[in-house]
Ligand binder design. Structure first.
Ligand SMILES: [Zn+2]
Ligand SMILES: [Zn+2]
Length: 430
């Protein structure tokens, strides 16, 4: 025998019991997002490396340490997408979507790739769903994207979380805040980690992101981003808080919450799970306004806001049910007759399985009933020699054990209303 080949580190298989949960989550999320009239965009899994360098930021860990970058056979540098926004903005520009009536509201879903240390809820191939609204500057659209994120979590049965929001100002007021921050941290600099020292001059805002234990205690009595906002930023901020409140959300203002990259402006937010199963990986959805990104990627300045959520983490804290068994299992002494019955039921929208004997000859009916039970079938439709001879079937309720013999032609109508819930549930996915 040859040696088995294992999967690379950081990737994993989504097995059937789990993929049913994924489908459930995807359908819930898609439903909420599409009710808010965001439309799906499917962008490539790889792009020119340059796109992510500019669109994610040269100073980020993602670009510096975590990208899957490779040369193709023509020596072009390509990168597997580490996140969704850069590709969506690239597509928005390459397809002249800026000519559409703003805001252009888009959503995406799919695998992303980062070379990271693997831990709970963190893989090298992982999945994100996200929405982007391009072309509107007012706080109403910020509020909308946040409310949609909130309703997505609710739809997935997630209730233990908090929403943190902040405004990091604009190119007018942020430089002043950065100076104040540097002043406040200057004396403490020798005690801080190397990343902090490095960021002090390059991008002091990112120091607030530092997760190093020995740095955190020094981040006290710092200036507040909110207090330094210019008048238009303050008005935007108030508008956002008002919008969220009216939509029934109770955000927590966290004036330490930042996005360290220069193309972010004003609104930033995170949904943080308080479910212990996630450990320290507790951010389940994060986003913000990125008014300066489209510019950075070669388009004309366009205001934009969006978020991305990690499906692996969402699944861990959601109430996604594992897949149910079939509505019906056909038990028959003639496997060709069984296939006809199963096909007729399936064409009526009733999920149905039957026994396929390994040796080619139908197993005895008792063994088949056992299989129906094991498969979690709601009903068994039994067609033994007797039933086949009299053109009838016996329907067995697998919960109560009750059996009913009916003429074969009444079978389809017999199920009317009885497996309705299962059928409706399947239909709701589409
Ligand atoms: Zn401002
Ligand atoms: Zn630090």
């Amino acid at each position: 025998m040859s040696e088995l080949i294992s999967a690379p580190r950081g990737v994993y298989d989504i097995l059937p019991e789990e993929s049913e949960q994924w489908q459930w989550l995807e359908s819930k999320l898609k439903h909420v997002i599409q009710l808010a009239t965001y439309r799906e965009i499917r962008v490539p899994l790889f792009e020119h490396t340059e796109l992510f360098k500019r669109g994610v930021g040269e100073t980020t860990d993602i670009v510096n340490k975590e990208m899957y970058t490779f040369l193709d056979k023509s020596d072009r540098s390509l990168t597997l997408r580490p996140e969704g926004t850069a590709g969506v903005v690239r597509a928005y520009l390459s397809n002249s979507m800026h000519r559409q009536t703003p805001p252009v509201k888009l959503w995406y879903f799919g695998p992303m790739f980062r070379y990271e240390r693997t831990q709970t809820g963190r893989q090298r191939q992982f999945h994100q769903i996200g929405i982007e609204a391009l072309g509107s500057a007012g706080p109403a659209i910020d509020a909308e994207v946040i409310v949609v994120a909130n309703d997505c979590l609710q739809a997935c049965g997630i209730t233990e979380y908090r929403l943190e929001v902040n405004s990091i100002g604009c190119t007018e007021c942020r430089p002043r805040y950065k100076e104040l921050l540097k002043k406040a941290l200057e004396e403490k600099l020798p005690m801080l980690c190397n990343d902090c020292k490095d960021r002090f001059n390059r991008n002091p805002l990112r120091m607030l992101d530092c997760k190093v234990e020995t740095c955190r205690p020094h981040f006290v009595n710092l200036p507040s981003t909110i207090a330094e906002l210019c008048a238009p930023c303050t008005e935007h901020w108030q508008g956002l808080l008002d919008g969220l409140q009216r939509a029934g959300l109770s955000p927590i203002i966290n004036d330490r919450l930042v996005r360290g990259l220069d193309y972010y402006g004003r609104t930033v937010f995170e949904f943080i799970s308080t479910d212990k199963r996630l450990g320290s990986q507790s951010t389940i959805c994060a986003g913000g306004r990125y008014d300066y990104l489209i510019d950075t990627l070669g388009g004309s300045p366009t205001p934009a806001v969006g978020w991305a959520a990690g499906l692996e983490r969402i699944r861990l804290v959601s109430s996604a049910p594992s897949g149910a068994g079939p509505s019906v299992f056909v038990v028959s002494s003639d496997d060709k007759a069984a296939l006809v019955t199963a096909t007729n039921l399936r064409r009526q929208g009733i999920s149905c399985d039957m026994d396929f004997a390994p040796a080619g000859k139908p197993r005895n009916l008792g063994k088949q009933i056992e299989r129906a039970n094991k498969a979690g079938a709601r009903f068994a439709v039994i067609q033994g020699e007797d039933e086949l001879a009299s053109n009838s079937v016996t329907v067995k309720d697998m919960k109560s054990g009750e059996q009913t013999r009916i003429p074969a032609e009444e079978l389809l109508s017999w199920f009317d209303g009885k497996v309705g819930a299962a059928v409706a549930c399947t239909a709701a996915h589409d």
